[in-house]
Design a protein around this ligand. Structure first.
Ligand code: COA
Ligand code: MG
Length: 291
């Protein structure tokens, strides 16, 4: 599956921000047609996003479009205006049940057939950011083969629940934990909520580290300066890689002598730790690092 550590949002009606985003070499670029765009600018945003997809070279960045919610009456014009420009995928906000993913997927299947493109070549990411979406996580996670990731949206969820947004985010912790758990249960990537305090670099770093510790594989970004710290938090450091290598090689030596559990640096090592070390090495390989 494609590496998605930092995914940078920008309003789909801003050609200059799209161009700026491309120049940053971020994993994924999300051109927004939903809440970052005023209602009377939706047609302009669709046209600007489609033109950018046709005209610009996105380099190694994935090209994603966030449509308006299914049932908003806006998502079909969003899809119709952009699909022929062939984005790599669509991001669906405020997903509340499996059917909302399936209707978009079925629409894309027709479009792919009509264009002669490979079936299921356009991927989907579902943002879960309402109380109903959290309650229905299981059916959403297993809704459709096109779905590659679940994303968590803390701001909308707090609004939907009448909860207060706090810097610590405990009001959304159950949902944040449930999103990553369901993603992992069904083989999906898990993408954490954006960090909206633009001038709080230490806060971003802390929140992103915690997301990585929970098992998240990436995080939404809303400003160029957030990309490097986010990408770093989801990429193993040299020390992480070295420590993982030691665990795997000690494990292999002990296995060869018929020993399953052993001690390394004062810590018991058995299969869960070996699997965790292998995950670190897999992540490093996916990021193009030598392991
Ligand atoms: N993508 C690409 N470029 C961006 C960007 C983004 N998300 N956010 C800022 N930039 C650019 C600006 O255009 C500016 O470029 P310039 O120096 O060539 O003029 C530069 O980075 C510095 O930006 P800055 O002045 O610090 O921010 P701003 O006041 O222009 O914009 C926001 C602040 C919050 C409006 C902007 O960051 C933004 O639009 N973020 C994304 C919002 C969004 O998509 N929300 C929906 C999903 S939650
Ligand atoms: Mg939202």
């Amino acid at each position: 599956m494609r590496l998605r550590r930092a995914l940078l949002f920008m309003p789909g009606d801003s050609r200059s921000k799209i161009e700026k985003g491309i120049a940053l070499g971020v994993d994924s670029i999300i051109m927004d047609l939903e809440d970052g765009v005023a209602l009377n600018s939706k047609p302009a945003a669709r046209a600007t996003t489609a033109a950018a997809l046709r005209e610009l070279d996105f380099g190694r960045s994935e090209r994603l479009v966030r449509i308006n919610p299914v049932d908003s009456g806006l998502h079909l014009p969003d899809l119709e205006a952009t699909v022929s420009a062939r984005p790599d995928g669509y991001v669906i906000p405020k997903v509340e049940d499996a059917l909302q993913v399936q209707v978009v997927s079925a629409w894309l299947s027709h479009a792919e057939a009509a264009q002669g493109w490979q079936p299921r070549s356009i991927s989907l990411i579902a943002i879960v950011e309402t109380a109903r979406g959290v309650v229905n996580l299981r059916e959403i996670a297993e809704s459709d083969a096109r779905l590659g990731a679940l994303a968590f949206g803390a701001e909308d969820l707090a609004g939907d629940m009448g909860a207060a947004r706090t810097p610590e985010g405990w009001e959304g912790f159950y949902a944040r934990s449930a999103v990553v758990l369901h993603a992992k249960a069904f083989g999906l990537q898990a993408i954490d909520t954006p960090f909206v305090r633009l001038d709080d670099a230490a806060g971003l770093e802390k929140e992103t580290r915690f997301a990585a510790q929970l098992g998240y594989t990436g995080k939404l970004a809303i400003h160029p300066k957030q990309i490097a710290p986010i990408a770093a938090a989801f990429t193993p450091t040299e020390q992480d890689i070295e420590a993982a290598r030691r665990v795997v090689s000690a494990h292999e030596q002990h296995q060869a002598s018929g020993i399953g559990v052993f001690e390394l640096d004062g810590r018991m090592i058995d299969m869960p730790m070996v699997r965790a070390a292998q995950t670190v090495l897999d992540k490093a390989r996916a990021a193009g690092l030598a392991v």
